[in-house]
Design a protein around this ligand. Structure first.
Ligand code: ADP
Ligand code: ADP
Ligand code: ZN
Length: 212
């Protein structure tokens, strides 16, 4: 089960990836989560990534491709993965295809989650994150206990880059560098569109139905 989740920031990629990973029993790989874990630990990768992330820009392709290659080499990716937030540029997509071709495999589905910009700003300002990869929202997707992750019990936090001015820059970055991937994967016949404004579980089920 090799799947890519594509969509602007706040479309619900992380939320869907967590559900799909559970249902399909393949790992959820988020390049954003890997960068944030490195920032927290203060690694050289984290220091480098933070300067781009806080500016709402993309981390350079060679750095990003390098971390994905390392992650894919791990044992748990043997039967597949849910890629959340990678690839984000045409160069990344081309390198990813080559990486998978070396293993005589490829992506089965690119789920393109669509959400209008006005909704995105609202979603990001209410987003709460857990270091385990779960994502919540103060109105739409509450944890059972306020401020605490249902899955692992750790305290939730607000991302530095979810400030409105950074979100606006991230949407611009998406339009310029990531949105061309929609046509790229459509031409390859891999892309399916999903309405990200529907309730979370409805979209999860629609994606699962498409995988059958
Ligand atoms: P969101 O899910 O809200 O779009 P992510 O957690 O996927 O955010 O990514 C956060 C930030 O990490 C991005 O704004 C970008 O700076 C960086 N990043 C994540 N994935 C990539 C990637 N594939 N290429 C370059 N930068 C990335
Ligand atoms: P992405 O990874 O694409 O940036 P997230 O999965 O982090 O997006 O979702 C962004 C915010 O919107 C989170 O606070 C999440 O709880 C909320 N959210 C995700 N999907 C939905 C949905 N279908 N309806 C309402 N809120 C949602
Ligand atoms: Zn958690």
């Amino acid at each position: 089960m090799r799947m890519i989740l594509l969509g602007p920031p706040g479309a619900g990629k992380g939320t869907q990836a967590a559900n799909l990973s559970m249902a399909l029993k393949v790992p959820h790989i988020s390049t954003g989560d890997i960068f944030r874990a490195n920032i927290k630990e203060g690694t050289p990768l984290g220091v480098l990534a933070k300067s781009f992330i806080d500016a709402g820009k993309l981390v350079p392709d060679d750095v990003t491709i390098g971390i994905v290659e390392l992650r894919l080499a791990q044992e748990d990716c043997k039967n597949g993965f849910i890629m959340d937030g990678f690839p984000r540029t045409i160069v990344q997509a081309e390198m990813f295809e080559k990486m998978l071709a070396k293993q005589h495999t490829g992506v089965k589905l690119v789920a393109n989650i669509f959400v209008p910009d006005e909704l995105i700003i609202k979603r990001m300002s209410g987003r709460r994150m857990c270091t385990c990869g779960r994502t919540y929202h103060i109105e739409n997707n509450l944890p059972k206990v306020e401020g605490i992750c249902d899955a692992c019990g750790k305290p939730l936090y607000i991302r530095d880059d979810d400030r409105e001015e950074t979100v606006i820059q991230r949407l611009k970055t998406y339009d310029e560098q990531t949105s061309p991937l929609v046509e790229y994967y459509r031409r390859e016949g891999l892309l399916k569109d999903f309405d990200g404004t529907k309730p979370i579980q409805v979209t999860t089920q629609e994606i699962l139905d498409e995988m059958k």
